[in-house]
Design a protein around this ligand. Structure first.
Ligand SMILES: [Zn+2]
Length: 305
């Protein structure tokens, strides 16, 4: 009788159950200890929530780089490293696909996080203000001079230069798409005005962009209430990863089903059935083919989205 097969089989299956459980327990255990200190070495990175949290070991955006520039040099360019680098990658993609534009970036977080005025959030390295791409009425891309309010006609008045500027919907969509399709960006929210959202989704649909990406954009885009209309920039927020949660990142708001819970495969209903079946089977029956479809073969919500 192959007595060793059963523990091995259960072990493999149980691991798929145990990893998320361990992560959640670890996350829960850190949830009440949200202050990084030498006594809490596990608490690090993006700690707490965007509106009551801190940041350690953040990465700092350069003052300028491939396709982007900071709006202000005010030491508020810190964020979760994976998030900061995802923004850099997205800016570089826009510059490569449609050269000539500049992604102007407002505040992320302070080096150690915490409150920065006038923001309600931006406290733990998960938020970034990305100023809309701008171009002249003639279609020449220019770095946006600041937070300009775009109307439903896609135009904004630039008080400094006494001119109208156009919302550069093409580059803005490439930016949105790049962030949404970047596994490390883990976009939970894109706060943006309904008008700008409509322009972006309309443009993407007309261009035949991937339906899945458009659907995700529709889901994550929202005009915050309260928090300003966001007719001048996208406020993008990254969701905690499991690794972030283990180190003190607290989730709030919706879970986006298409974001992989990295390193912990989702155990869908078929997977649970398979585990239960394995536990109930007599020892000499575990080598028989399972009558149930395997978890890997079964369609999952992630694959479907
Ligand atoms: Zn913001």
């Amino acid at each position: 009788m192959p007595t060793t097969t059963f523990p091995l089989r259960v072990s493999k299956l149980a691991t798929r159950v145990a990893l998320p459980a361990i992560a959640l327990v670890a996350a829960a255990s850190t949830a009440c200890v949200r202050v990084p200190s030498p006594l809490t070495p596990l608490v690090a990175g993006s700690v707490g929530m965007p509106h009551r949290g801190v940041l350690t070991e953040g990465a700092e955006l350069a003052k300028s780089g491939d396709g982007f520039a900071l709006l202000r040099d005010n030491d508020r360019g810190y964020g979760l490293p994976r998030f900061v680098h995802a923004i850099e990658r997205a800016a570089a993609i826009v510059a490569a696909v449609r050269p000539g534009g500049t992604l102007v970036i407002g505040d992320l977080s302070a080096q150690n996080g915490g409150s920065i005025m006038p923001h309600f959030s931006h406290r733990n390295g998960r938020d970034a203000d990305l100023v809309f791409f701008a171009m002249t009425l003639e279609g020449v891309p220019i770095p946006s001079p600041g937070f300009l309010h775009y109307g439903a006609d896609g135009l904004a008045w630039d008080e400094t230069e006494h001119r109208y500027l156009r919302f550069d919907v093409e580059r803005e969509w490439i930016l949105v798409k790049s962030l949404l399709e970047d596994d490390q960006a883990r976009v939970q929210w894109m706060f943006i005005s309904r008008t700008a959202e409509a322009m972006l989704l309309e443009w993407a649909s007309a261009r035949g962009e991937p339906a899945e990406t458009i659907a995700h954009a529709h889901d994550v885009m929202a005009q915050p209430q309260p928090g300003g209309e966001h007719d001048d920039h996208i406020h993008v927020r990254t969701a905690c990863s499991v690794d972030d949660m283990v180190h003190g990142c607290e989730t709030n708001g919706p879970t986006r089903p298409w974001l992989a819970i990295s390193a912990t495969p989702r155990l869908d209903a078929a997977g649970v059935d398979e585990l239960v079946l394995a536990l109930l089977q007599p020892l000499d029956a575990v080598n028989a083919p399972s009558p149930l479809p395997s978890a890997a073969a079964a369609p999952t919500p992630i694959a479907a989205r």
